[in-house]
Design a protein around this ligand. Sequence first.
Ligand SMILES: Nc1ncnc2c1ncn2[C@@H]1O[C@H](COP(=O)(O)OP(=O)(O)OP(=O)(O)O)[C@@H](O)[C@H]1O
Ligand SMILES: [Mg+2]
Length: 262
Amino acid sequence: MIDPVPALQARRLCAAYHQQTVLEDITLSLPQGQWTAIVGPNGAGKSSLLNLVIGSLAPLRGELRILGKSPASQRRAGNIAYMAQQEHMEWDFPISVRDTVLTGRYGLMRHDPLWQRLVPRHWANPSHRQAVEAALEAVDMADYAARPIGALSGGQKKRVMLARALAQQARILLLDEPLAGVDPPSEALILATLERERSAGRTVIMVTHDMPSARVHADNVLLINRTLVGMGTPDEMLSDAMLARLAVGAPEARHGGTRVAA
Ligand SMILES: Nc1ncnc2c1ncn2[C@@H]1O[C@H](COP(=O)(O)OP(=O)(O)OP(=O)(O)O)[C@@H](O)[C@H]1O
Ligand SMILES: [Mg+2]
């Protein structure tokens, strides 16, 4: 039976950085098991919305529930896997591709018995290693597993970070621009992987500027430009009229946001 609790439920949600409002009055509900594309111009607040969902940005006002609970508690419980936008990542750390993907399992390792947590990583519970290898296979990066992460190309790093999110086997996959900067075969591979995740009952929430992929694969599209401009099927939301409305956005957005009281 399908669990009726929404994957994500926002009510009058607002977010700000340094008292500058970047998201205003977002009310929406996303069911579990669907693929949602979040579309909007640069600076629209898409990554900020994902930061609210993982609990790394606190709402200024309003309410956000993930699977019926607070974002922070769901992140701790391992129900949210998150792949950050590549521009926001540091690559200057000397670890291998395989160990990078394994870091996606660290939250789950907390639930292992104490002795398992203390053994060297390569002796760890085989389920962790199996999940890492399966995720690397899924994005076709198994041959690169021993390479340092910093020595990969941009598209290869993106596939590794997707593998890290997949390895968490979380109920909700949050992906910030997983298709940006990857070549057509990698894009097809990523989309097929996400199709499999949805078929397995997972909720996929993906920020993208790739309209053709959103049109073909998403169940829902959210149009965001500081406010929620629209939400519906890809056919409804990706029409010329809706995209024109999205580009204009809320009047305040064109003037760099609204100041709010401290
Ligand atoms: N850490 C931060 N501190 C201050 N302002 C921020 C911070 N992060 C984002 N912003 C501002 O918040 C607004 C929304 O940014 P956000 O990164 O959410 O946009 P986006 O829709 O993801 O854009 P893009 O398509 O370029 O990734 C922008 O005006 C941005 O300058
Ligand atoms: Mg962004």
